[in-house]
Design a protein around this ligand. Sequence first.
Ligand code: HDE
Length: 668
Amino acid sequence: MDNKKTEQLKKYTVNNEGMHDLTTNQGLKMAEDEFSLKAGQRGPTLLEDFHFREKMTHFDHERIPERIVHARGVGAHGFFQLYESLEEFTKADFLTNPSKITPVFVRFSTVQGSRGSSDTVRDVRGFATKFYTDEGNYDLVGNNMPVFFIQDAIKFPDFVHAVKPEPHNEIPQGASAHDTFWDFVGQNPETAHMVMWVMSDRAIPRSLRMMEGFGVHTFRLVNAAGRSHFVKFHWKPVLGMHSLVWDEAQQIAGKNPDFHREDLYEAIEKGQFPEWELGLQLIPEEDEHKFDFDLLDPTKLWPEEEIPVKRVGKMTLNQNVSNFFAETEQVAFHPGHVVPGIDFSNDPLLQGRLFSYTDTQLSRLGGPNFHQIPINRPVCPFHNNQRDGMHQMSIHQGKTSYHRNGLNANQPAPVPEESGGYAHYQERIDGRKIRGRSESFLDFYSQAKLFYNSLAPYEQEHVKKAFSFELGKCKSDLVKANAIALLNHVDRSLAQEVADQIGAPLPNENREVKSDKKSPALSMADTVLLPDTKKVAIVRVGDPDVERFAEWTTALTEKNVNFTIVGHKLHDLPNPLKVTATFETTDPTLFDAVLLVSSESTIPAPALAFIETAYKHYKPLALALSDHQALASARVRLDEAGVYDLAHSTIEAFINGIAQGRFWKRQL
Ligand code: HDE
């Protein structure tokens, strides 16, 4: 389905189909492309060979610098539509006109790893959305966690140096489980809240389609009458929030490093379009100081039970990119790309970001004209007096490239606010110039505790294990001790258990925040549970009853569940029996559930291992066995929750289990 943006992109596409003449970049048809020009059959290559030189020079420069953070990403096109006008809060056209379909481009990313790193590492996920509005591009450059590690942008280079692979040996890739990251955490207690999130299941999403997004900072919405509200932006996934388990995430990193990228691509190709609702939390400007946290502090969230999330519209991703480099790699986001009706707050992290993005893109994209790259171009007209520069793609006409001018009737001219020109919100500022931090930013632990309190027991267990894993990988005793000292401010029992696991000292004095306060919205336990788009491996042993087999696959398809038939070799049998993956080419970690269908009295070892692994990762299993003794030696308890024997149970019960996802209480 085309939208204004994808329609615009078509103008820039180049297709080799039907182009039978191979030419140089100068349009010269070449008679030979396989052999360089040589002095004699066995002689040296000649410098004169312009074709060789051009081809090789271009190749030598095919790569551009990867993003300093968020290097690994995946993008898709889609659209956003509002439910009802938000004119009470903002004058932004795309937020006041429910009939408008605004094209979007979204890029998801991990933060720490380089371009070729694995998708399922423990990390924050970037969630950056470019809205191509009729008033210019609006970028909501967010993450899948609502808070951040630091409070002031000047610390960002330090933070990134600490989390990235260590400089002496460039280890570890795609991981924060190392000394310099945890040293930074121990030395900068403002990280406490964010590290709780990163050690939680939020950092290992099952799918990019099944995670929340957050604008993180407090922004400002301004309506036509000039009234201002503080706002936090949310993306709420229609499929709910779901995660991997850590052991599984690590295995997937090897079995399919493109797990998330492929999941998104395939869902869109199948027409199972991912959707998120846009949510807003709003606080009138005059209520700024009514809370026990500072609205400008990016290490704080606004509890949803206190400030409800108003769902205002829906985003659907319905088209994959047609060229990864041109679109996903060259897209340039910037939190400072705003439209009238959206403005900033004085969050010192946001303020620094407003500088950094263009700055980094100047070197990443090679000059000041990257707004002309097709994926970055607005869909509305853009005119000003900026000229020339590297890679200028437009041929500006006329003599005047300055304002004010008389020779071109002073065009282009600024647009008055009443006619749609952007005017900054006139916030009153009164203060001394200082380098410092507001005292209202100094409560580092209350919300870290709030987050931990809000988790279900199994989620807390995962947090403990994640801390034990990460700190267990650190080599420095000092680093470990400092990290435990930080946890001792958040939750004593958490600090104690982790200290015990990693052999680090627990401080004598209990300094934990005393609070039982919870915010249920922070837990993923009560999320939406749907079978839709989940993946089932149907493991086929022997020759199944074709009719029953067809019944099951039809039932799965009707509930929008995807399946792959796995066997020990590929069979070119007619559907629905066609085996398309083998025990060699796929793995149980890549599926949400397994259905084992066997007509044999013994189940071969790879099939047994398949269901044992899925069982260990708490996934639903359905069994259709001609001989129940066949599973006697398997490390799978048939009487456990989430195990469905199709001799007594139904495929519908199994599908309900698929919706539920994991059976955490299962005995292993
Ligand atoms: Fe970014 N960030 N960031 N960041 N960020 C970049 O911009 C930066 C922060 C986020 O898919 C860079 O073009 C600073 C918070 C996303 O292309 C860079 C600070 C949040 C992406 C940069 C932050 C983000 C980036 C690297 C602290 C969530 C990927 C390449 C003041 C709200 C966008 C680039 C994409 C990328 C700077 C903190 C989100 C270097 C200085 C907080 C999703 O400019």
